[in-house]
Design a binder for this molecule. Structure first.
Ligand SMILES: Cc1ncc(COP(=O)(O)O)c(C=O)c1O
Length: 435
């Protein structure tokens, strides 16, 4: 566990945002997502202040697929960030939270006509168009609604970023974005010709949980070559380069993330250099961090149930949550750290496998994790669960989704209520002929 001023162990007890983790578990129940507001704000500021310091045009938009709820949009708006929204549900939530829609970039590899209409109705700042087919659809919808959309085109720079294949998004073989030569060129031609859209720039996103800054620099170079080709072919100087998100965070020892401010500084300097070398003025830079803003802000609390030893094989510690609230092990073999919250200073008793309660053998939070001697009733904390946990949660096995609690300076408040069993049945209907 990486400690900080708002996450540390005192007298053996885990403290987060000035609150005692064990008390949070007793008060709100488990499983429980706990989000540290001060950390979220610090990460937002690390990005935004670096933009100011480096005098970079553009800005930071929070990739809300990492964590989306009404309160989060209040925090993000308060910190002056824009938002990357990737579905009708995220659009609806941000709009309902009163988020400034002109600061929204609307994403998605297969936006539906209804989602595009919603985005235009809400007046989003930019639509990031993922394919030629989507551009044709958007133009038709704009014409029908008598609207003009500002757009970016998502290009695929063909980079094999060093991360899990499922979160690598810019290989040549990818469902995201357009190859510049071919589909991309056709989309550029159409976007420039069409009255109903205004082409402001290009976008790419190379993947997620990336530590190697070189990958971002390489993407900057490939994208700048595309800007050159656009100017040579169409005589158009594009004003925005959106490089997406993907900055890695610390899950376990050995993960070495780069500070957000340093990411901005390094990318900003390279952007200036490569564009100047190509005789182009520096475009406004947009970055779309998600995980790096909320990931390490989150801790999930669980209560231990069954502890099962298979001599010479493995010790399973079973918790009252699992892949329903955190599917990342099942998806990517993600790794985490964990402690018993009121004996966090004790030496780990040996490696255990933290198992969920769902009917899947792959329902694990992690294997071979060091953990203090855990007994039924203990509360354990799993760290760095602020991103792609709540937002990826499901009701598998009809388990209600946990509550999300925000902590700051010793206060705690619910951001998302725990689902009840009634919630689970609220939308069920029994066809007449079954009654
Ligand atoms: C287009 C786009 N932008 C930004 C992000 C955020 O990535 P991360 O949370 O790794 O910063 C994603 C994640 O999938 C994405 O698809």
């Amino acid at each position: 566990m990486r400690t900080r001023d708002t996450l540390f162990v005192q007298d053996g007890r885990l403290k987060i945002g000035g609150c005692d983790a064990g008390e949070l578990a007793r008060r709100y129940g488990t499983p429980l997502y706990v989000m540290d507001e001060a950390y979220i704000r610090r990460m937002c500021r690390s990005f935004t202040e670096a933009f100011k310091q480096e005098s970079l045009a553009g800005g930071v938009i929070f990739a809300s697929k990492a964590f989306s709820c009404l309160a989060m949009y209040h925090i993000v708006a308060g910190e002056g960030l824009g938002a990357d929204l990737g579905s009708g549900g995220e659009l609806y939530t941000a709009h309902k939270a009163g988020f400034p829609m002109e600061k929204v970039f609307f994403h998605g590899s297969n936006k539906t006509p209804a989602e595009l209409r919603m985005a235009l109705d809400f007046g989003v700042g930019h639509i990031v168009v993922d394919s030629l087919s989507e551009l044709q659809l958007l133009c038709a919808i704009c014409a029908e609604m008598n609207k003009r959309a500002h757009i970016l085109l998502r290009m695929n720079p063909g980079i094999e970023a060093e991360t899990h294949a499922y979160i690598r998004t810019a290989s040549t073989d990818s469902k995201f974005g357009m190859a510049f030569d071919g589909e991309g060129m056709e989309a550029l031609r159409l976007a420039i010709r069409e009255e109903s859209v205004v082409l402001d720039g290009l976008h790419c996103h190379i993947g997620s949980q990336i530590f190697d800054m070189e990958a971002f620099l390489r993407a900057t170079e490939i994208m700048s070559d595309m800007f050159v080709r656009v100017r040579e072919t169409f005589g158009l100087s594009l004003g925005i380069l959106d490089l997406g998100g993907g900055f890695g965070i610390r899950y376990v020892d050995g993960d070495c993330p780069t500070e957000p401010s340093e990411c901005v500084r390094v990318i900003g300097a390279h952007l200036r250099k490569v564009f100047a070398a190509r005789g182009l003025s520096t475009p406004a830079l947009i970055l779309e961090p998600g995980r790096s803003i909320v990931g390490e802000a989150g801790v999930t609390l669980y209560t231990v149930g069954v502890v099962k030893d298979i001599p010479g094989v493995r010790r399973y510690v079973s918790i009252d949550g699992g892949m329903g609230d955190n599917p990342r092990y099942a998806l990517y073999k993600a790794r985490y750290e964990t402690v018993v919250v009121d004996r966090a200073d004790e030496k780990p008793a040996g490696p255990i496998t933290l198992a969920g309660k769902c009917c899947e053998s792959g329902d694990l939070i992690g294997v071979d994790m060091p953990l203090q001697e855990a007994r039924r009733g203990d509360v354990v904390a799993v760290f760095s669960t602020g991103a792609y946990n709540y937002s990826m949660a499901s009701n598998y096995n009809r388990n209600p989704r946990p509550a999300v609690v925000l902590v700051r300076g010793g206060e705690s408040a619910v951001m998302v209520e725990r689902e009840s069993f009634d919630d689970l049945c609220a939308r069920d209907r029994i066809p007449e002929w079954l009654k």
